[in-house]
Ligand binder design. Sequence first.
Ligand SMILES: [Zn+2]
Length: 95
Amino acid sequence: MKPWAKKFYKSKAWEKCRAAYIIKVHGFCERCDKPGKIVHHKTWLTPQNINDPNVTLNHNNLEFVCQDCHNEEHHGGETAASGLIFDENGDLIAK
Ligand SMILES: [Zn+2]
């Protein structure tokens, strides 16, 4: 986990928001209907938006996904298409 995101992911506000969202989508991956695991932010969190509840705690910006679908999102097509890749620390860098 990125150091700047730690405080957010440990916050009560996120815990509540996440739990409410999982209940709302009945606990299944929104992409493939397997049991979900990760609440993903459609607009990825950055050091710039991490303190903006309209991004971090907005149900419209959340998607509940399983591990497989999450990996695909963060290591698959979209990342490559936008010219970004993950380095060995899990940080996004330009190709
Ligand atoms: Zn899935």
